[in-house]
Design a protein around this ligand. Structure first.
Ligand code: CTP
Ligand code: MG
Length: 268
């Protein structure tokens, strides 16, 4: 794994060191989207998903350290995007590191690249390019207030049914206690790093033939497996995830509604 930094933060004294870190995971292949390049490098209205995310993050009112986790093949391209997206006067420091085969590995590599003084970390999917600055703030404030893990969620609007492999309906599921989960997700840095380390050890080679590892699909699941409390805050419809080509049209519409302002308001 290599790490490259864009020297953005200047002139900090030790007591002024920023304590907020953001890990932007952008190392996936984007197989379901099926574009010619990794998903985070696909353009939405003229800018890559990474650039959209950096714009929202660097508009946060406090300084911090951003780690962009990219495919090995795209680290140089990511550094160039970072240089283009961060204002020269910004107090954000940015590093670019290589990702892993699975999302949780990419997060771990990103965490390892954060400087020691970072206390609160937000993990964000580059695949959610329109997550507004306000959402990052809401999550980080709640982590600071509670010391717990915090995730943005939306209520489930559709009726939910359990179906079998033949597509036959078995029952309607009560949706009242269910939510859909977004990023950025926020954590005390030490807790998240410890939980990812436990996962790394647990997801090593199987010890017995029946030993099947179910990989976590988000970081809240990683800390929950370590016994931590996970709280929720209202999510934002703009933080929609780009998964398939159909999502591109939806995100373009969301972008058009919002307009291209850096400090964006929230819709939940
Ligand atoms: N991700 C990552 N490293 C991986 C896998 C995923 O950094 N090894 C990142 C993706 O870049 C994305 C986020 O995790 O920003 C959420 O993953 P997903 O939406 O599944 O993206 P992809 O893995 O790229 O898409 P697909 O599963 O369709 O290949
Ligand atoms: Mg994936």
């Amino acid at each position: 794994m290599s790490s490259s930094s864009v020297p953005v933060a200047k002139g900090s004294t030790p007591h002024e060191l920023p304590t907020l870190g953001v890990v932007l995971v952008a190392a996936g292949r984007g197989e379901r989207l099926g574009a010619d390049e990794p998903k985070a490098f696909v353009k939405l209205r003229g800018s890559t998903l990474i650039e959209h995310c950096i714009k929202a993050i660097s508009a946060l009112p406090h300084a911090g350290h951003l780690v962009v986790v990219t495919p090995d093949s795209h680290a140089a391209a990511a550094l160039e995007l970072v240089g283009r997206s961060i204002d020269s006067g910004s107090s954000w420091a940015v590093s670019v590191v290589h990702g892993g085969r699975e999302r949780h590995e990419s997060v771990r590599f990103g965490l390892e690249a954060l400087p020691d003084h970072i206390e609160v970390v937000l993990v964000h999917d580059a695949a959610r390019p329109l997550a507004p600055t306000e959402l990052f703030e809401r999550v980080s404030r709640e982590v600071q207030r509670t010391g717990d893990a915090v995730i943005p969620v939306l209520p489930v609007a559709d009726t939910l049914k359990r179906v079998d492999s033949q597509g036959v309906v078995h029952e309607t599921v009560d949706r009242a206690p269910l939510v859909s989960v977004q990023t950025p997700q926020g954590f005390m840095r030490e807790r998240l790093a410890a939980a990812h380390e436990s996962l790394r050890i647990a997801s090593g080679p199987p010890q017995s033939p029946g030993d099947v590892h179910v990989l976590p699909t988000d970081d809240a699941e990683v800390v929950q497996r370590s016994g931590d409390t996970v709280r929720t805050v209202p999510g934002d419809t703009a933080a929609h995830k780009l998964t398939t080509a159909g999502d591109l049209a939806l995100l373009e519409a969301l972008f058009a509604i919002r307009g291209d302002s850096t400090a964006r308001g929230a819709r939940s």
